[in-house]
Design a protein around this ligand. Structure first.
Ligand SMILES: O=C(O)[C@H](O)CO
Length: 448
């Protein structure tokens, strides 16, 4: 392998490196400004014993117990932020996918698996269910829910489903190309914790859920498979979903049996009394990240457009759509920035290499913009793209030439879902490490 140098001459090389730097700055700025700590400072406060969450006020003096359940990739960061407002005497459980440097005093930690559940996911679910069952009406249960919790906290609804079966089922769902609302509709109906079942277990306590959302706007009960919220999906929909994506036969026998012979059990619903003392506040979502990306792009002198229409689309269709739009927008404008939030889907066929949806999207864009003055960044705010150590990647008109100069072929990497090694070799992977946040992905497209 040779050196990953620009094959396009020093001037072009300098310009493209400059705009790769600008795109990185825009992403980093959005990440920093959308921090969990800032969101808690805006939406949560404690004043003379009254806890404010969003527009709700809770008189802490009227409760005999305060218990916190934090679950998801942002669980630890959310607990830390909550405790700066709440102070001592509060206990709870934290289920996250990475080990924090120091744990918050008074909390039991579990390191559940992600993207696949592990035995600690099951232990966390059992510990949460057990603790919640002990709460009476004078308890205040605060749920801190963030994305990733579907896998991080999990217990099958039926004992016939083993952990291995669960992992096999998750693999089928995650690789099916189905959007997250559909994936989680099925997960909800196979789980003892999802689809409002934690709220049911905590009843009759007063409950408030503080949500950091990694799901599309308007589908918040999909977040972490909605463990504390009324479920808007139904058993009937689950049958339609497995039929539509032709995945029932791929499930392990125990799960197939539940669908075919036993029938799935319906989840708690709005109006059935399960949520009479439940409140919900989304304090952070992709919208905030987009807003800060827009502000930073404006500071860099770009004309800006935001387009989220391709949320949940197949990565190649989303890329074609956004590149077409960028090329239209650039007509008559010297610098244009197109920002798009949300996630794209990748239907993996065969054995996947090392990569993720952001790197797959970016690499596909690279194959479409050779020699154009376009830069594309795609990265996840959680810092974790698929099974790779990167958050995402950045490409431009020089990517293909630079890759082939070091003996790497973009088409092969795309077909084998193995984008990370290519980006790593070019120095174009975006590596932040797990950020402790999780508000979906940002795609930043620049034309100049
Ligand atoms: O945990 C999950 O289900 C996903 O991250 C969506 O919230």
């Amino acid at each position: 392998m040779g050196n990953a140098q620009d094959a396009s001459g020093p001037l072009i090389s300098g310009i493209s490196a400059h705009f790769r730097g600008v795109a990185r700055e825009i992403f980093q700025h959005a990440l920093t400004e959308s921090s969990i700590r800032k969101a808690f400072d805006r939406h949560v406060s404690l004043d003379r014993g009254i806890l404010r969450v969003g527009e709700d006020l809770f008189d802490l003096g009227s409760f005999s117990r305060i218990f916190v359940v934090a679950m998801g990739k942002a669980a630890h960061t959310m607990v830390e932020a909550l405790m700066t407002h709440l102070g001592a005497g509060v206990t709870g459980i934290v289920a996250c996918s990475t080990d924090p440097v120091t744990q918050v005093f008074g909390f039991r930690y579990y390191r559940g698996g992600h993207p696949m559940p592990n035995s600690d996911s099951v232990r966390a679910a059992e510990a949460i269910l057990k603790s919640l069952s002990t709460h009476a009406s004078r308890s205040l249960v605060i749920f801190l829910v963030s994305g990733g919790a579907s896998a991080i906290v999990e217990k099958p609804v039926d004992d016939s489903i083993t952990l291995e079966d669960l992992i096999a089922t998750y693999k089928v769902l995650v690789h099916s190309g189905a959007p997250i609302r559909e994936i989680n509709a099925v997960r909800k109906h196979l789980s003892a914790t999802k689809g409002g079942r934690l709220a049911l277990m905590a009843s009759p306590a007063q409950q408030v859920s503080i949500l950091v959302s990694d799901v599309p706007d308007g589908t918040v009960d999909s977040l972490a498979s909605g463990p504390t919220m009324p479920d808007t999906t139904t058993v009937e929909e689950c049958y339609d979903i497995v039929k539509k994506h032709k995945i029932l036969k791929q499930f392990p026998a125990s799960v197939r049996d539940l669908f075919e012979r036993v029938e799935l059990e319906e989840t708690p619903k709005h109006g059935d009394g399960s949520f009479d003392r439940s409140r919900f506040w989304t304090i952070l979502s992709n919208e905030i990240a987009r807003k800060h990306a827009v502000a930073k792009a404006a500071m860099n002198g770009f004309a800006i457009e935001v387009d989220n229409t391709c949320d949940d689309w197949d990565y190649a269709e989303a890329a074609d759509h956004l590149l077409k739009k960028l090329r239209t927008l650039r007509k008559g404008v010297s610098r244009v920035c197109l920002i798009s939030g949300g996630e794209v889907t990748v239907k993996v066929t065969g054995e996947a290499g090392v990569g993720g949806r952001n790197q797959q999207f970016a690499l596909y864009c690279a194959t479409k913009i050779a020699d154009e003055d376009i830069t594309v960044l795609s990265a996840g705010t959680d810092g974790i793209d698929g099974n790779s150590p990167a958050a995402g990647a950045i490409v431009d008109g020089t990517t293909l030439a630079r890759a082939s100069a070091v003996g790497l072929d973009a088409q092969t990497a795309l077909q084998t879902f193995n984008a990370y090694p290519l980006f790593d070799a070019l120095g174009d992977a975006i590596v932040t490490g797990p950020t402790g946040n999780n508000i979906r992905d940002l795609r930043i497209l620049l034309a100049y």
